[in-house]
Design a protein around this ligand. Sequence first.
Ligand SMILES: C[S@@+](CC[C@H](N)C(=O)[O-])C[C@H]1O[C@@H](n2cnc3c(N)ncnc32)[C@H](O)[C@@H]1O
Length: 319
Amino acid sequence: MLMFNKDINISNNFDPKEQVVIYHGSCLELFKQIPDKKIQLIITSPPYNIGKEYEKKVKLQEYINQQAVVIEECVRVLSNQGSICWQVGNYVDNGKIIPLDTILYPIFKNLGLVMRNRIIWHFEHGLHCSNRFSGRYETIIWFTRDTKDYIFNVDPIRIPQKYPAKKYFKGPKAGQYSCNPLGKNPGDVWDIPNVKSNHVEKTDHPCQFPVELIERMVLSMTNKGDWVLDPFLGTGTTIISAIKNNRRGAGAEILEKYTALAKKRIKKTIEGTLKTRPMNKPKYDPKNHNNKQAISPWQNNGDKSKQIELFAQTEGSLK
Ligand SMILES: C[S@@+](CC[C@H](N)C(=O)[O-])C[C@H]1O[C@@H](n2cnc3c(N)ncnc32)[C@H](O)[C@@H]1O
């Protein structure tokens, strides 16, 4: 149930009294409207400097400098108990990969922040590489101020244990269940499907967050009514995850078409009609669903030559 009613306003500019803000333009302009320490959680996936339609590929140092300006503003608006989660993959330069979290880490550290986790987000779909292993994870680097007082609520995001029926077999608690009935801490390797063609949340944007990925951070790092900000908003996923969970959401998006798309998705969220993949839904296993395409034809009859024949038909050559 949304705490916010269905007439909720989507504001074009930041105002602490609002609940949803979508700024069309550069995040640096939006930051000018946000007072110091107003935001409890900043989650974003910035451009990776790989030449997507919304970015101009620049020299790596220039990219780092650009990111530093945005990160500095994020730290300024971050509340004392707040968190910043920067979701990144690799910068690829002529076949060489540079993990962006490693080059951005010093910026956060030099601004006095402390890293709490380097989360591995594992997914199964993406480009197939020929000259290196295909990339199947990206990272989320999570920072807070140097305080013990940061918000981290693990209970709302616990996941089921492998052996929930396990009991202590000796000692004073013998016979009692040994695990937390609310589930276990999900750990720092998150296996969550990325948004590709068959995903229920897929839009025309090339790299949108799955809502469930962001909900995990929203639920654990904020309280109801807090502000969640995404300076590189894209399709609005961060705001969607925030308002689904009764938080406030703000973000900036530089391209008109994605600003419009974000607004559309957020309106649907407010109305309760946006389809999203529920948090912790088990991953689709094609074999368990008897999907015929998941069974290789050559395994059926144990005939390896069939595989070679089929492969030759599609590839034209086995060289
Ligand atoms: C990696 S995508 C983020 C996608 C987003 N996580 C989602 O779930 O849809 C980065 C987005 O930032 C936008 N962008 C690039 N530079 C920007 C800037 N200076 N200010 C605001 N948005 C910007 C791009 O148009 C793009 O949609």
